[in-house]
Design a binder for this molecule. Structure first.
Ligand SMILES: [Zn+2]
Ligand SMILES: [Zn+2]
Ligand SMILES: [Zn+2]
Length: 330
């Protein structure tokens, strides 16, 4: 993501709540991927044009987002928080930080898809259930809440925002990468699938038959593991479980690449390949090498532990073309 600028000139990032230089209030508006730099006066918060705002109720009460609402609006929640159907139980103190991490990832995903011309409020609207199960909350009924998407509702297990639990899960599953942002971008891929995939033949040729029995495929994946040679055809082991999971993984990677490449370009770390889709993938493939090596130099895991084979690149280009078509930019 490109850094933003406060009205005083200080560089800002989309998670900032206040400018560390001049103290102005900062608010991120994910639907426009815009940062508002606000002065405080006796009547509240005001931008450079005189528009007035008040804090999102979740910001005022829990500090879990950095959103605002227009002062004369009937809404109490910002455009990001309005997508929540279920929030974590705030009777448990540790959930405040977990919820904040979930919101940060959600807002970044919304900004990413909005920049590409997609609308989270389309098709009935994207909704979020941040749920707990008995592993983190003995009083809830569910024994096991899995992250997933159904009929526009994205369910995320709140434990995914707990560092210890998520790393443990990553190691148990033998995964190379597991992040809250990755989950949310993956589930957004399921949400946008009906809008984006308008050529069933083209999809099936690349990803496989989307109508293949889903439960059977997932059971097989969890019992037997990924198919032999998955590395040649899929971006991740999980992507090999079913064509729709392959799509969601590729959609998430498309968002990872677009966001990170934009950051690299604006800091002068990668040449700008403009809008040429294949050149963007090539620029990314070149940038990943120093990106991972930088992490290793600091004793960190690889930031991007994936291999883009020719088949995987074709799938990413398919996602890019589908997004461009939907956004009217084809
Ligand atoms: Zn400032
Ligand atoms: Zn909010
Ligand atoms: Zn999925």
């Amino acid at each position: 993501m490109t850094p933003y600028q406060c009205r005083c000139g200080q560089a800002l990032f989309c998670e900032n709540t206040r400018c560390s230089n001049c103290g102005r209030i900062q608010a991120f508006e994910p639907l426009r991927a815009a940062m508002l730099s606000l002065d405080t006066d006796d009547d509240g918060w005001v931008d450079g044009e005189g528009n007035r705002y008040r804090p999102c109720a979740n910001r005022a009460e829990w500090r879990v987002c950095n959103g605002v609402v227009e002062a004369d609006s009937n809404e109490t929640l910002c455009s990001g928080c309005r997508l929540n159907r279920t929030i974590p139980s705030m009777s448990r103190g540790e959930n405040v930080l977990r919820w904040k991490r979930l919101e940060a990832a959600k807002r970044r995903m919304i900004a990413g898809v909005s920049k590409l011309g997609l609308d989270v409020n389309s098709g009935g609207g994207m909704r979020f259930d941040f749920l707990e199960d008995k592993r983190s909350h003995p009083d809830v009924l569910e024994h096991f809440v899995t992250t997933g998407h159904k009929d526009g509702v994205i369910t995320i297990n709140v434990l995914e925002a707990d560092e210890i639990q998520r790393v443990q899960q990553r190691e148990l599953m033998g995964e190379r990468y597991r992040t809250v942002l990755g989950h949310i971008r993956h589930e957004a891929g399921h949400f946008f699938y009906p809008q984006l995939v308008t050529d069933p033949g083209g999809f099936t040729a690349l990803f496989g038959d989307p109508s293949a029995d889903y439960d059977q495929a997932l059971n097989r994946y969890y019992e037997e593991g990924p198919a032999d040679g998955w590395e040649q055809r899929h971006i991740s082991a999980y992507a090999s479980s079913h064509p729709l999971e392959d799509w969601a993984e590729c959609f998430a990677h498309f968002l990872h690449i677009e966001d990170t490449l934009e950051t690299a370009i604006c800091y002068g770390l990668s040449p700008d390949p403009a809008q040429d889709p294949r050149e963007r993938i090539n620029a990314w493939a070149r940038f990943v090498i120093p990106l991972n090596e930088l992490g290793r130099s600091l004793g960190q895991r690889d930031h991007y532990p994936f291999i883009l084979t020719p088949v995987v690149i074709d799938k990413l280009l398919y996602v890019q073309a589908a997004v461009a078509r939907a956004a009217g930019r084809s």
